[in-house]
Ligand binder design. Structure first.
Ligand code: SF4
Length: 350
């Protein structure tokens, strides 16, 4: 489905919304006041392919560390701030965006000050609604429902619009997929601000991948979403790897390798699992869009090979290598993976 057209904003030079690519974000889990640890985590995320990083700023010591973190990193930084508007004022000169909910900052005058600081520096504000911490009035009225999340987001958007501030993006994350998807679908027709998608507190790698693939993937297929974060209890790099894979498999990102491999069955006469694992490992950092297929026998291999740049069709103790559907080699099993990777390299992959 065509992507919903949204207002374009910029976070430290990374465009979000409009026709810009869908960006992948993550968040450090270090104490932000620990400059060395935070810089190391930001650089790890940068290296893994993150477009933007968010850091928590819960206290003055954390805010005081931001200028030094800024000096030592180049990934756009969003400061995540709750309740204390003064922290936003402290970090505004050193970051590329602020995440606050105007509703929990207190008086309008305080929000005005934050808006003024953001306007002066062209910093966008992310309104980040979380299904587990709705403002009291919305929780009492709607319970912790998608309707409550939408009401909260809409209230916070209007709060900023009343202050003539529209450099906004919005997230509405819940810890279950259904509520998350419902909230985004309900809010989408109500404004044209870019949406940051994610299922929050999604668990360890396996569960987070499944929940995020369903939640973020459903919305992307609806044409909704301008930036995403996969929330994983685990390694930082996994969030980026899974996020990129969701974008690729939902057709929103063209770059990178798409591996097609058969599930294997009783016809298989080779160690296909080992071959796919090796091919996946060697090709995981390729940016060029490539379809690679690894099939256990000729039953479906020829059909898949027609749509693949490089393909293997295993047989009994030997197999075929095909490039763009044409057979280029027939080799013993132990020579196939090397030849396959040799053909992949010919596609000028980097
Ligand atoms: S490609 Fe062949 S080996 Fe693989 S699942 Fe299909 S029939 Fe079985």
């Amino acid at each position: 489905m065509k992507r919903v057209e949204t207002k374009k904003i910029s976070v430290g030079g990374v465009d979000i919304g409009g026709d810009s690519p869908i960006s992948v974000q993550s968040m450090t889990f270090s104490k932000t006041r620990d400059v060395e640890d935070t810089v190391s985590q930001i650089n790890r995320l940068h290296f893994a392919g993150a477009d933007i990083v968010r850091v928590a700023v819960p206290d003055i010591e954390d805010a005081e560390a931001i200028p030094e973190i800024r000096k030592q990193t180049s990934l756009p930084i969003i400061a995540d701030i709750h309740f204390n508007y003064k922290l936003a004022l402290m970090v505004a000169p050193f970051v590329d965006g602020i995440r606050i909910n105007p509703g929990n900052i207190g008086s309008k005058d305080r929000v005005k000050e934050v808006v003024k600081a953001c306007k002066e520096r062209n910093l966008p504000i992310r309104i980040g609604v979380n299904g587990g911490s709705l403002e009291k009035e919305f929780e009492m009225r709607y319970g912790a429902t998608s309707q409550g999340m939408v009401a909260s987001a809409d209230y916070n958007i209007k709060f900023l619009e009343d202050l003539d501030f529209t450099d906004i993006k919005v997230s509405m994350k819940a810890s279950d997929v259904e509520r998350t998807v419902e909230a985004y679908r309900k809010l989408r027709p109500m404004n044209n601000y870019p949406f940051h998608l994610g299922v929050t507190e999604a668990g360890t790698l396996f569960h987070a991948t499944v929940k995020s693939a369903i939640g973020i993937g459903s919305l992307l297929l609806d044409g909704i979403g301008d930036t995403i974060r996969v929330s994983i209890t685990g390694e930082l790099e996994e969030e980026i790897r899974v996020g990129r894979a969701i974008l690729k498999d939902s057709g929103r990102e063209k770059n990178g390798v798409n591996i097609i491999s058969c599930p294997t069955c009783g016809r298989l006469e080779a160690d296909l699992v080992k071959a796919v694992e090796e091919i996946e490992k060697v090709t995981k950092d390729i940016k060029k869009p490539l379809n690679l297929s690894v099939m256990g026998c000729v039953v479906n291999a020829i059909g898949e090979a027609k749509h693949s740049d490089v393909a293997i069709a295993y047989g009994k103790e030997k197999g075929l290598i095909m490039v763009k559907g044409e057979v280029v080699a027939s080799l013993p099993e132990d020579k196939l993976v090397d030849k396959f990777l040799e053909e992949v390299k010919k596609f000028k992959i980097n």
